[in-house]
Design a protein around this ligand. Structure first.
Ligand code: HEC
Length: 163
């Protein structure tokens, strides 16, 4: 009586250990899938569910420029990325629509203003490399500069090259 019971106990704890190991491996496999550069296809439905749950957390940090979407207008880019500083003049930013603040800057020419916005100037961090393309940032430059008294044309999309 004793011997079989002992065996049964030890085999069920072995089974438990085995299951725990498999579960652990499955989770690490799911984590590897998320972290991996190409993201291989999860093998089981439960891995897929896990992967999707983890992906919700992971994707927040992903910053991909979606080049297939329609180009944002200067106004859209301004509201999304520039207004935080330029609406109220944070850190000495020339205030939107304030010709006195913008006037002296406009003389540098459009290209110089675009370079300042893309690569940063003074307290303005580089505006390139975020959710908008450099071309879209240049449209926002035209938008803010023109609101401040500039007469720049809305930049035209570069033809076939990277937008
Ligand atoms: C973190 C705050 C901040 C954000 C965000 C910001 N700016 Fe600025 N911007 C500034 C400050 C501060 C200056 C003044 C810099 C200086 O002259 O020292 C400035 C200056 C400028 C100038 C004048 C540059 C020059 O050469 O005189 C342009 C043009 C400009 N910003 C455009 C933009 C555009 C377009 C965006 C959004 C894509 C943007 N900025 C986002 C803070 C910001």
């Amino acid at each position: 009586m004793n011997a079989p019971q002992k065996n049964a106990g030890s085999s069920s704890s072995k089974t438990f250990f085995l299951l725990a190991t498999i579960a652990g491996l499955g989770l690490s496999a799911a984590l590897v899938n998320i972290g991996g550069p190409s993201g291989s296809v999860p093998s089981t439905t439960s891995d897929l569910a896990k992967a999707q749950r983890l992906q919700k957390v992971g994707s927040v940090t992903l910053k991909t420029v979606q080049k297939d979407r329609p180009l944002a207008t200067g106004e859209e880019v301004y509201k999304a990325q520039c207004a935080a500083c330029h609406a109220a003049g944070i850190s000495g930013a020339p205030i939107f629509g304030n010709a006195d603040a913008w006037g002296p800057r406009l003389g540098q020419g459009f290209e110089a203003l675009v370079q300042s916005a893309l690569h940063g100037k003074g307290a303005m961090s580089a505006q390139s490399g975020g959710q908008f393309t450099d071309f879209e940032i240049s449209r926002a430059v035209a938008y803010v500069a023109n609101a401040g008294g500039g007469k720049f044309a809305d930049p035209q999309a570069p033809a076939a090259e990277e937008k």
